[in-house]
Design a protein around this ligand. Sequence first.
Ligand code: SAM
Length: 283
Amino acid sequence: MILEKGALYVVATPIGNLGDLSQRAIEVLQSVTVIAAEDTRHTRQLLQQFDISTDCLALHEHNERKVTAALLARLAQGDSIALVSDAGTPLLSDPGFHLVREAAGQGLTIIPVPGPSAIMAALSAAGLPTDRFCFEGFLPSKSAARRRRLEALQQATPTLVFFEAPHRILSTLADMQSIFGAERRVVLARELTKTFETFLRGSLEEVLQQVSADQNQQKGEMVILLQGASPAEQDGIDADTERVLKILLQELSVKQAASLAAAITGVKKNLLYQFALKETSSK
Ligand code: SAM
């Protein structure tokens, strides 16, 4: 393969299944002068599988700034360099942002070699809306900070995508249930592209129950996808109240339905009246 001189190739690598390394990625990794890898031992194992003997150097969160200067100098001299992380697409909760930003700032050529990403794999098979989504990376590990972050997302309408560590999955799902309500749809995508690939789909209450009841669901690598807020939630009306109001609207006038729903749920009548008006006028 003839590579562009002085180009930085950002190469996606498998998230489990080696068959997902693209032909183009293999050729780029074979042909570059050097591979900047998050963990050189891990990457050498991958390279071995494909008989690639290109030199590797380490570029991880602790040395990225230092190594960037040396890599930029090599790019300027005409070396071609590949950037890879341990799994999936570099920069997505992985090192490389500093290098790519600096290379872009210097007007160097940056070429993506797209491929596996746990985010895209999870979204493509979850069955939640994909017209708009928001990748939220890892949530804070401490519960108070995590809850604050989730509270800030309560009204967000795009599908929300999170990475999560297995030992925190139960507490994170429990926090999500208490903040987004038991009815909000969620998908837990686990061990993607690997032998024990699993998708758990349902309400937060259902998925939390399934994960609590089965230790196997608390293991491995995982992505949480949470449906965005409905228009009702954006108006401050929770899923249960919305359901009550919609049932009443099938039989009653907007005014009667809002009034009865307010009596049943304790939510302000005017809020329900305005929402019911929007609902009926959009039909
Ligand atoms: N850059 C990667 C990408 O493009 O997907 C992700 C790297 S991030 C440090 C690692 C996290 O991604 C894991 O903790 C997990 O949340 C998610 N992940 C990676 N591989 C996965 C897999 N095979 N199945 C499910 N989630 C995965």
